[in-house]
Design a protein. Structure first.
Length: 399
């Protein structure tokens, strides 16, 4: 059956969440989900920090703020119902010097405006929560949690199949033509003729969107986030989650400590340009992807504006000692000898031709296609809410 009501492109957590919401809201609609890899959650959804964000960082009223709050509640309810282990462990955002106090206060005020339970704490209270954390002041966010988002994806896949819908892995989209009454989607497994399409292709969402659009206002630039993990004897340095005060110019949260649901402690990520959209190692190079990034006018403008930060991120990528120095700002006891290699992730970040790094979730719509064009962190936390929002956008076209 290659004529579904809705064809979803991408088997990450947002594509799966969209399919799940169609089942809930429009059970009469038929759905097929396509994933180019052989398994679900092979990229961003399975390679992230595993944090259930509370929504403290985001501009009040933004799509990130709204969907993070509603999505976190929906995710916790889903996990509880489906027997997926999650933990509300709390986190601290640590100011290590006087210069960071203004930004810390801004984050606190945003959190309160977004309805997040949080408090500003002094050094002694910080040491009670995280005994090894350095800092002169911090924000404690007790409702932040952790979960294995890959397990969430697998369970969503099970539910989709159990409701009679199809998930086709190993199926890559090669073309898309939007017509008056339907859409034709060309793939490595033949043509599909859905009435509607939801594009949740993550790292490749802009390329799929461009198949049916004359021009796009944004391009996906891939940033590799590299991690280490602490050796077992050093895991005592982090009880839950320890974050720095982020640079307000960037939508990245900075190198931090995350105790995973498995008990391991991850350290990272940094943010460096990936030379391939799926370039998880420094030596991974895809010349088409690299030229695509470097030739985009927006990238040149970002590079010109933030070249000092870029050089520092590259240095932290190639120098383990430099990476450790960033960690030592938060936990001075951590040493290079405490770190073990850990798999990297890739962040799909939408950038405009003017050099603006999009700081909010973004969608592009046409009569029969909804493209999720920018859904980085807290995308996984917000996924069930984003999925519902996408389906509600599409439902306006149902007749």
């Amino acid at each position: 059956m290659k004529h579904p009501d809705v064809l979803i492109l991408g088997g990450g957590i947002i594509g799966l969440a969209a399919a799940y919401n169609i089942i809930k809201l429009f059970p009469e609609k038929s759905v097929i989900l396509l994933e180019k890899e052989q398994e679900l959650a092979g990229h961003q959804s399975g390679r992230n920090s595993g944090v259930l964000h509370a929504g403290i960082y985001y501009r009040p009223g933004s799509l990130k703020a709204i969907n993070c709050r509603t999505g976190k509640a929906a995710m916790e309810e889903f996990c509880a119902r489906e027997g997926i282990h999650y933990k509300t462990c709390g986190k601290v955002i640590v100011a290590v010097n006087e210069a960071e106090l203004t930004a810390l206060q801004t984050i606190y005020e945003r959190g309160k405006a977004n309805g997040v339970k949080c408090e500003v704490i002094d050094r002694s209270r910080l040491r009670e929560i995280e005994p090894y954390a350095a800092g002169i002041r911090a924000i404690h966010v007790p409702e932040t949690g952790i979960v294995d988002f890959r397990q969430v994806c697998l369970r969503l896949g099970d539910i989709i199949r159990a409701n009679g819908h199809r998930i086709l892995t190993g199926t890559r989209v090669t073309g898309l033509q939007e017509k008056a009454g339907a859409v034709m989607v060309e793939t490595t497994e033949g043509e599909f003729f859905p009435r509607y399409v939801i594009n949740c292709a993550g790292l490749h969402s802009d390329r799929i969107a461009s198949m049916s659009a004359n021009s796009l206002p944004v391009k996906i630039i891939p940033f590799r986030g590299e991690y280490y993990k602490l050796k077992p004897e050093a895991e005592k340095f982090c009880h839950a989650l320890i974050y720095p005060v982020p640079d307000p110019r960037f939508p990245f949260l900075g190198v931090h400590f995350t105790r995973k649901i498995s008990g391991e402690v991850k350290c990272g990520p940094n943010a460096v340009l990936a030379f391939a959209r799926e370039g998880y190692r420094r030596r991974d190079i895809n010349f088409h992807d690299l030229i695509d990034s470097l030739s985009f006018p927006g990238f040149a403008k970002i590079a010109a504006k933030y070249w000092r930060t870029g050089i520092w991120e590259i240095w932290r990528s190639v120098s383990k000692d430099a990476f450790v120095k960033a960690l030592q700002r938060l936990v001075p006891e951590v040493a290079t000898a405490h770190l073990l290699p850990y798999p990297a992730g890739i962040r799909a970040q939408a950038v405009t031709a003017a050099g603006q790094i999009l700081d909010d979730f973004a969608f592009l719509e046409s009569p029969r296609v909804v493209n999720v064009i920018n859904a980085p962190s807290p995308g996984a936390t917000a996924s069930l809410s984003i999925g519902r929002a996408v389906v509600e956008r599409l439902a306006k076209r149902f007749h």
